[in-house]
Every structure is written in structure tokens, then in C-alpha cells.
Design a binder for this molecule. Structure first.
Ligand code: GLN
Ligand code: ZN
Length: 765
């Protein structure tokens, strides 16, 4: 029999139980016992669900109250002194590292004030992990035994599991040295760390675990030679220890072919590879297996919501069986299912035709089992038949295919993706129209999304106020925002985005080819979950999406108001994409929809149009080389297709945030003005990188994530620093990002100070 296995299951609970419980615990509303109980119930449910589905290899230790990488930091005692010193309980220390803690002194406890550890994107997913932070004083030791406890918990339910651990080399490589130990190279800690892995693995074996899954996902990155060499050191050491469980060595989210030399001699029982993302790596990776090693074939997508194609997956697994024999092949999910929503059955409002194409974590678990049965020769003909029908229905559906859109994408040419004149000529025309002062001031788009806005939006969605009433309300919000901006003297205004629930969803809801879930939550970090829109078919815009609000805003002021759109790459990146056409095609379809919108805005008299691409940087493929170059090319092309239909005199803005941006990545977009997140980057080298950026740029001057109000002097000194290596005539003055999460009070003061600082420089220059 070919075995089936799951690499990890979502831990948020079918109805976001984990979020509710952790947040209630943080607010002091429930006890630690209550919180632990919720965790225990979620784990039990997950195991039972997989057991009942017939999964052979069920994961444990895939649960976490915050983040699985942070779990390891707690387990190995990688706890910086600034957290350890408060003598909090292990769980509270863990939360303090994950999200920071500020607590006033009480009679029994002293005050706590500590910021969170750095949070980083987990490879190219929208999950974020808490970065292990090492210092010279880190004292490695086992702190508790979470993996063993959870293994035993499952065992007590009669369920044998395979514990999951992030591997030592990835754990160190994904970490960093703490501020006080910047000369420390995390990988140099390997010798201290690996014995702890041996110790915890031994404990697992003693508890009855026969196998473990050790993830080394960094193998899909470009790795320096010393990192590659570390795998052999670490895994030879583990192999030299007696009595450890058998290791399945897992990678995912990419191809390992460029790093095969690093793993081909590793003494592990099995390798797992992601054949959803990179089926073409099969021959090369299968070739490294020794006679006593098994292959875990990742064919059920852990990163998306599409139903598996059983025929296709079975064929790939069959290929493995032919090479290795049935008992050396395991059918698996491509990665942990952490990145998929929990259960499709909870979706009551989806169009049934579309619902039939989807599979969430609960359904994917069953898919692994059916494929394993199929390749083992069991009769699953009924399942195969239904599956084939779903797959062909989707392929031929009118929702999937829109010939007109396909034709239009095919007709995109150089002209459509190039502005009619280069930037200097455009600038001349724009100067005449806008007549902006030096150090022009603007904001990124959104203004505070107040409770009142949310209440009215809900009323409108529920139908308790009419469309006219809602429009009147939105217009009055827009007017408030416009009047405020005029009052403090901003130069290029925005309408404030009060009508938008979310920058992607708002447009997605107006674009054909998108669908939405009611409960499709996926963990982004800690207790923050997102519900990504889903691209189900060819994308098109039936009618204008944002013109009404922009036109209204422009009609009540003589200053220019920016039209405000979300760019094609961001719409794509923050959605579940299709898996039947490539990402470039989807981005270009979105670009065409946005192009029509941009042109409509221009025709309606909007003279400045901003197309945000905050997700541009995060979409960058994990490895340098051809794939990355190709991405940057189509990302830039999509942006230009969206924005090149306008006249020279129309000023195109763009905005980027969330990560270090390489100015070279945005040059090809050819926006007239870009604004980027910058306030926390006081590094002069980073400023210098932007010196040669050819068009105009606004380096964000204050952090919109914090309620802190910078003084005018602070703005002045920031701008002064920038002016040391940046030409004043190209510089715009703006915040880091939109202000939707801020309150009005701090917004008013911060922006007033920002404008005062700009006025100061106009006098100096
Ligand atoms: N225009 C959007 C806003 O101001 C941009 C948000 C973003 O970059 N994340 O909210
Ligand atoms: Zn932003």
C-alpha cells in the first residue's frame, strides 16, 4: 500500500477559535487554562479529522499559539535577555517575543515594556514568522518539550502522529544576530544547536514516535557554500545518534535542483519534495535517492484552494512507483496546509458551480488519501469520475473563459505599454498644469477608517440604509477629508478611500472573474488572519469602479485630487490566483481592467492617478536569475499597460511599502512620482540607493503604524538628512503609507507638522 501523508494542518480552528481565544487571553478576559483548552480541542479535532479521512501519516507539533518558528525559539531557549528578565511564564514570554508586551506595574508584578521580535515573510507566502534572534549570551538548552507533549496528546487519543520540526539549518539561517551581537553568524551556532535536536528526537522516540518530519525549506533559496555544507554536518550528527525516529527531510515552495549537492548524501529515511510548484524537478531529485530511502511526493497543493486533478497527480506518483516501488513512495500535500482555509463546507454562499472547483484543507486531506488508494490499486473509480468531471467543468466553464479578454491580452503591444513621451517631456507638461511648489506635499490615499464608516458600510451591506443614503454618507466623509487637506495646505489631495473595505477586495468585487469566501481565513501572523479573494476566471471590468468618488472629490476643490487604484501585481499577489494560466496572464488581464479605469478617470477630469503596488517586492521569486528577471519584467509591463493609456500631462503616481525596495525594481514602471515606505530606514546607504532614481520620489517621513506624532522639527531634521544625498527638485513630502488605521487626532497633527516642515524647506531652497 502506498501511504498518504499531510505535512501540516491549519491551526486556527474551523471558526477562528484560536484567534478569539488568544485575543481574549491577551485582554485578560479568559484564563490560561481556557486558552490551553481551546488549543487542545483544535489539535484533537485536526487529528481526528485526518484519522477519519484515512490519512496514514498525520502531523503533530504543527500547532502553535502564535508561530511555529517562535515555538522552536522557546523550546531551544533562544530568548533574548530583554524578555527573559521579566520572569514571565513560558507562554507569556512566548507572546511577548511575538507581539511585544506593555503592562503597568501591579502590587504583585513589576511593569513590563518590551517590543516584539522582528517578523518576516515566510518565503513567498503571506504567512509571517517571528525571526529567531541570537546573541553571544544565548544559552541553548531544552525548555519544556512541546513536540513530545503534543505527540503524547495525540497518542492518548489513539492517534499515532509524525511530529514536525523546522530543521536546524533553516532555523539558524532564517534567524539573525541581535543588536548587541552583530558580529555573530547564526550558522556558527550549529554545533550547539544540533545536540538539542538529537535530545528532543530521542525523547520523541522514547514517547513512541517512529518517524519525524524535519523541514528544511531554505533549500529552495540561493545558498552560500557554507550553508549548503551545514546540512551534511547536521544530519550526519543526527544519524550518528542511536535510537532516533526515522527522518523525513522536507522541502517545499520551489525546486531544490540547484542545491542537490547539499542533500544528496544525507543519511535520512525519506525526502519530501514539492511537485506542485516544480514537477519538472522529478527526475533529478529522484536520482539522488539511495535504495533504502523513500520519496514523499507532494502533489496536493498546500498553497492554493483548487481541487486536485487526480489523474494528473496519480500519473506523477505512478512515475515514482515505477522507479522506487510502492513501499518507497508516499503521497503528500506539497507543503503544510497552513496556507489554505480550513473547510469548504463552511462556505454557504459560494456559487455551487464554482464551489465544485475548490478544495480547502479538510478536503485536501481526503484528496491525499484518494490518490494513495488509487495508485495502490484500490477501487476509487467513483471519486476519480466525479473529480474528472469537476476538472473538465472548470476548464470549459464560461466563468473560467472569456474569449474577448484572452484576445485583448494577446493584442497587447509595445505601444500599449509605453507612455507617449519619456519622463522629462511629461514633466514639462505636468509642471505647466499643476504649478506645484518645491517639496510638494501629499498623502498615500486612505484617511482614518472610523467606527462611523464601518457602521454605515455594514448598514449598507445589510440593506438597512439605501444606496442613496450611503452615497450621501460617503460624500460627506470625502468632503471632510478634502476640507481638512485644504485647511492644512496639502498640495495634491486624496479622497480618503472611505468607501473601501480593503484595497484588493474593493476592486475584486467589481471585476468579473473574482469570487469571495465568507469564512476562508488563512493565518497571516499571530492572531491576524486574512481572507484572500479568489481569481476564478478571465478578468474584466464591466463598468467604472472608482470614478464616482474621485469625480465628486475633485468637484469640491480646486486643488488636484488623486484617483486611487490598486495595481495589477498587488491584486494578484493578495488573492488566490488561478493555477490553470500563468501569473503573467492574470496580471495582464488585471492591467487591462485597470487601464480602462485609469482612462475613464482621466476622461472624467482626474489629472493625477495613483496606482498602488505595495506587493510588488514580495512577489519577487525566491531565487535570483531568469525567473526573477522574468517576474520583474511582467510586473513592470502590467503596471505600464495599466497606466500608459493617458496623455503626457496626466501624472501617474505609484506607491510601495512593506519591504526594502530596490530602486532598480521600480524604474521600469516609469511612474512619474513614486512614494515609498521609508521612515524606519534611517540608513544613509539606503537613501543613497535612491539618488539615481530618475523620476520623482517621496520617501515616507512618518510611520503610519504608530500613533506617535512627530514634531515639525523632527520632520525638518529627517528631510535635512535626506537632502544631503538627494536632489530637492525631485523630492515629494508624504507619510509611509495610508492612514486608515490611525485616529483623526494623530493624523491631523502629524500631517500639519509635515506640511509645516515642507514650507520651511521652500524658504530655504
Ligand atoms: N492607497 C492605499 C492606502 O492609502 C495604499 C495602502 C497600502 O499601500 N497598503 O491605504
Ligand atoms: Zn503602503
Amino acid at each position: 500500500m502506498v501511504q498518504s501523508s499531510v505535512l501540516g494542518f491549519p491551526r486556527i480552528g474551523a471558526n477562528r477559535e484560536l484567534k478569539k481565544a488568544t485575543e481574549a487571553y491577551w485582554q485578560g478576559k479568559v484564563s490560561v487554562e481556557d486558552l490551553l483548552k481551546v488549543g487542545k480541542d483544535i489539535r484533537a479535532n485536526n487529528w481526528k479529522l485526518q484519522k477519519e479521512a484515512g490519512v496514514d501519516v498525520i502531523p503533530s507539533n504543527d500547532f502553535s499559539f502564535y508561530d511555529q518558528v517562535l515555538d522552536l525559539s522557546l523550546l531551544f531557549n533562544v530568548i533574548p535577555e530583554r524578555y527573559a528578565k521579566y520572569n514571565l511564564s513560558p507562554l507569556d514570554t512566548f507572546f511577548a517575543m511575538g507581539r511585544g508586551l506593555q503592562r503597568k506595574a501591579t502590587e504583585t508584578e513589576k511593569a513590563v515594556d518590551v517590543t516584539a521580535l522582528e517578523m518576516v515573510k515566510w518565503f513567498d507566502s503571506n504567512y509571517h514568522y517571528v525571526r529567531p534572534t541570537f546573541s553571544h549570551s544565548t544559552q541553548f538548552k531544552l525548555n519544556g518539550q512541546k513536540p513530545v507533549d503534543e505527540f503524547l496528546e495525540a497518542k492518548a487519543l489513539g492517534i499515532q502522529t509524525r511530529p514536525v520540526l523546522l530543521g536546524p539549518v533553516s532555523y539558524l539561517f532564517l534567524g539573525k544576530a541581535d543588536k548587541d551581537s552583530l558580529d555573530l553568524e547564526p550558522l556558527s551556532l550549529l554545533q550547539k544547536l544540533v545536540p538539542l535536536y538529537a535530545e528532543i528526537l530521542k525523547k520523541l522516540a522514547e514517547a513512541g514516535a517512529t518517524e519525524v518530519q524535519i523541514d528544511e525549506p531554505i533549500l529552495v533559496l540561493d545558498l552560500p557554500q557554507e550553508v549548503k555544507a551545514a546540512f551534511k554536518t547536521a544530519y550526519d550528527f543526527l544519524a550518528s545518534q542511536s535510537g532516533l525516529p526515522a527522518i523525513t527531510f522536507a522541502t517545499y515552495f520551489g525546486t531544490v535542483v540547484p542545491n542537490l549537492d547539499a542533500i544528496k548524501e544525507l543519511p535520512v529515511a525519506a525526502f519530501h519534495f514539492d511537485f506542485v510548484r516544480n514537477p519538472e524537478q522529478f527526475d533529478q531529485v529522484a536520482a539522488i535517492l539511495k535504495d533504502n530511502q523513500s520519496l514523499s511526493v507532494g502533489v496536493v497543493d498546500g498553497r492554493n484552494i483548487w481541487k486536485n486533478d487526480f489523474a494528473k497527480s496519480s500519473a506523477l506518483v505512478q512515475k515514482a512507483i515505477e522507479k522506487l516501488g510502492k513501499d518507497r513512495v508516499i503521497v503528500a500535500t506539497s507543503s503544510s496546509l497552513l496556507h489554505t482555509p480550513v473547510d469548504l463546507e463552511n462556505e454557504k454562499k459560494l456559487n455551487p458551480e464554482i464551489k465544485d472547483w475548490f478544495s480547502f484543507a479538510t478536503q485536501k486531506v481526503k484528496e491525499v488519501v484518494v490518490i494513495a488508494k488509487n495508485v495502490s490499486g484500490e477501487d476509487v473509480s467513483a471519486e476519480l469520475k466525479t473529480n474528472a468531471k469537476s476538472v473538465s467543468n472548470r476548464a470549459s466553464s464560461n466563468i473560467t473563459n472569456n474569449e474577448e479578454v484572452q484576445k485583448r491580452v494577446a493584442s497587447i503591444d509595445e505601444k500599449m505599454s509605453t507612455r507617449s513621451s519619456p519622463f522629462p517631456a511629461r514633466l514639462e507638461e505636468q509642471k505647466k498644469i499643476f504649478n506645484l511648489p518645491l517639496f510638494p506635499t501629499t498623502t498615500i490615499g486612505s484617511f482614518p477608517q472610523t467606527k462611523d464608516i464601518r457602521i454605515n458600510r455594514n448598514k449598507f451591506v445589510k440593506g438597512t440604509i439605501t444606496a442613496e443614503e450611503y452615497e450621501k454618507f460617503i460624500n460627506s466623509e470625502i468632503e471632510t477629508v478634502i476640507r481638512f487637506q485644504e485647511e492644512i495646505g496639502l498640495d495634491v489631495l486624496v479622497h480618503g478611500e472611505p468607501e473601501r473595505n480593503d484595497m484588493v477586495q474593493y476592486f475584486g468585487e467589481q471585476i468579473d472573474g473574482y469570487t469571495f469566501t465568507t469564512n476562508g481565513w488563512v493565518q497571516s501572523y499571530g492572531s491576524r488572519y486574512v481572507r484572500p479573494p479568489i481569481i476564478v476566471g478571465d478578468l474584466s471590468r464591466p463598468k467604472a469602479m472608482s470614478v464616482k468618488e474621485s469625480v465628486y472629490a475633485q468637484s469640491i476643490t480646486t486643488k488636484p485630487v488623486k484617483g486611487m487604484l490598486t495595481g495589477p501585481v498587488t491584486c494578484l499577489r493578495w488573492s488566490f490566483p488561478r493555477n490553470d494560466v500563468d501569473q503573467k496572464t492574470q496580471a495582464l488581464q488585471l492591467a487591462l481592467a485597470l487601464r480602462d479605469e485609469v482612462n475613464d478617470l482621466e476622461a472624467a477630469g482626474i489629472k493625477v492617478i495613483q496606482v498602488d503596488e505595495p506587493a510588488l517586492r514580495e512577489g519577487l521569486p525566491l531565487r535570483a536569475g531568469d525567473e526573477r528577471a522574468a517576474y520583474l519584467q511582467w510586473a513592470a509591463e502590467s503596471f505600464r499597460v495599466a497606466t500608459s493609456g493617458v496623455a503626457n500631462k496626466t501624472q501617474i503616481h505609484s506607491h510601495f511599502c512593506y519591504s526594502d525596495l530596490d530602486p532598480n525594481h521600480i524604474k521600469a514602471l516609469d511612474a512619474d512620482v513614486v512614494s515609498i515606505e521609508f521612515s524606519k530606514k534611517d540608513d544613509p546607504n539606503y537613501i543613497a540607493e535612491f539618488q539615481n532614481y530618475p523620476n520623482h520620489i517621496g520617501l515616507g517621513l512618518f510611520d503610519i503604524h504608530s500613533p506617535r506624532i512627530p514634531s515639525t522639527e523632527e520632520f525638518i531634521s529627517k528631510i535635512e538628512t535626506i537632502m544631503k544625498s538627494y536632489p530637492a527638485e525631485k523630492f515629494w513630502v508624504n507619510p509611509d503609507c495610508g492612514l486608515k488605521t490611525r485616529g483623526w487626532e494623530e493624523t491631523k497633527l502629524s500631517l500639519t507638522h509635515m506640511v509645516e516642515a515642507a514650507k520651511h524647506f521652500r524658504e530655504v531652497y
